[in-house]
Design a protein around this ligand. Structure first.
Ligand code: NAD
Ligand code: TDX
Length: 338
């Protein structure tokens, strides 16, 4: 199986966890990480990978066709595309970058991958492309796409393009659609790291609306193992849903975090709801479990306790993000500011 892998968006949350997983479990693979270090990309996430001979970091944009062509032309066997604008709230404020990176970037990567006949292309997508569920049921791979935010619309558009490249050219692409991830290195704008870091700084946590929106949580390591399984065992043209059967309301998550951090209810603050806020997500991951021989392994209660402990143990990591100081890693590497 492939052993020269281009990983895009590897300086972000899930991409950096994937790089760590491959370095430990596929030590003979050569990894090239392409990331243009947006606000969400942080070289500190890859600090322990730099200097390892099988790992190379390239600062650059997935929309840069010449660069992408050069990198993929240099012996790459497979591409795993994590690079994206990923935050729903930011997409509501303005979605130009979402359209550019999430759609155009995917097209640029696929054109180069097709030209150089890479063996496999894994598009890391999201359950949000399916829209919102009522009280019952779960998303399957047959659920029609019905995205509700500019973010999820951009991801759904990319998924459609991936499908079209498979149907038109026989391009060997696989799409994974995972539910909400939690774990180390998540940018503290997303629910769990925002709430943990606020509580550690004695700040209130802003719960949108009535707090009864449901998300289906999975540990990032379980997601990364599923992507690896899709890369190694997935069938071209297929979509695989990934999830861990952990539906929780945002209030349940908030109460768990208050408990784990020894804080009381007075730290919870209800704020105005997110526009177009999807009510409920739930994933049916039976296909991935059957075909990819993958199973989530991390128990939710244990995973959450370990994650909270990780943020407690890595205060400089998130404090440098909150102050903007994390940009210094870029300066150290490139001798200039972003
Ligand atoms: P993230 O925002 O933490 O990281 C995104 C990374 O992509 C950053 O390092 C950023 O610098 C890089 N990037 C952005 N634009 C780029 C460009 N034009 N060229 C090169 N690099 C670029 O995101 P994440 O949470 O790690 O999500 C990774 C992928 O997984 C995304 O595609 C997202 O849609 C998907 N996903 C995320 C979740 C979740 O819960 N976080 C769940 C399902 C799917
Ligand atoms: O301050 C907050 N208060 C709050 O109540 C924030 C940031 C979020 N929320 C709510 C909104 C959602 O119902 O918590 C839930 C989770 O919100 P996010 O962490 O922003 O995640 P979500 O919008 O569900 O999207 C995430 O999962 C799917 C990722 O950001 C996406 O990239 C991924 O595709």
């Amino acid at each position: 199986m492939s052993n020269n892998i281009l990983i895009t968006g590897g300086a972000g949350f899930i991409g950096s966890n994937f790089v760590h997983l491959l370095l430990s479990e596929r030590p003979n693979w050569r990894l090239v990480c392409l990331d243009n270090l947006t606000y969400a990309g942080n070289l500190a996430n890859l600090a322990d990978c730099q200097g390892q001979k099988q790992f190379q970091f390239v600062m650059g944009d997935i929309c840069d066709a010449d660069l992408v062509d050069k990198l993929i032309g240099d012996n790459v066997d497979a591409v795993v595309n994590f690079a994206a604008e990923s935050h729903v709230d930011r997409s509501i404020l303005g979605c130009q970058e979402f359209i550019r990176t999430n759609i155009e970037g995917t097209q640029v990567l696929m054109d180069a991958a097709r030209k150089h006949e890479v063996e496999k292309f894994v598009q890391v997508s999201t359950d949000e492309v399916y829209g919102s569920l009522g009280e019952e049921g779960a998303f399957t791979e047959q659920t029609p796409l019905a995205p509700n935010s500019p973010y999820s619309a951009s991801k759904a558009a990319a998924d459609m393009l991936v499908r079209a490249y498979y149907k038109t050219y026989g391009f060997a692409a696989i799409t994974t659609r995972c539910s909400n991830n939690y774990g180390p290195y998540q940018f503290p704008e997303k629910l769990i790291p925002l709430f943990v870091t606020n509580l550690l700084a004695d700040k209130k946590v802003p719960v949108y609306g009535d707090g009864l929106n449901v998300r289906d949580w999975i540990h990032v390591e379980d997601h990364c193992r599923a992507i690896l399984a899709a890369l190694e065992k997935g069938r071209a043209g297929e979509v695989y849903n990934i999830g861990s059967d952990n539906e929780k309301t945002n209030l349940e998550i908030t109460h768990l975090l208050l408990k784990l951090l020894g804080k009381d209810e007075s730290m919870l603050e209800y704020v105005e709801d997110r526009m177009g806020h999807d009510r409920r997500y739930a994933i049916d991951a039976a296909k991935a479990k059957n075909e990819l021989e993958w199973q989530p392994q991390i128990d939710f209660a244990k995973g959450m306790a370990q994650t909270v402990q990780w943020y407690i143990d890595h205060q400089p990591w998130w404090q440098e993000i909150k102050t903007g100081e994390y940009l210094k890693y870029y300066k150290q590497q490139y001798g200039k500011t972003l």
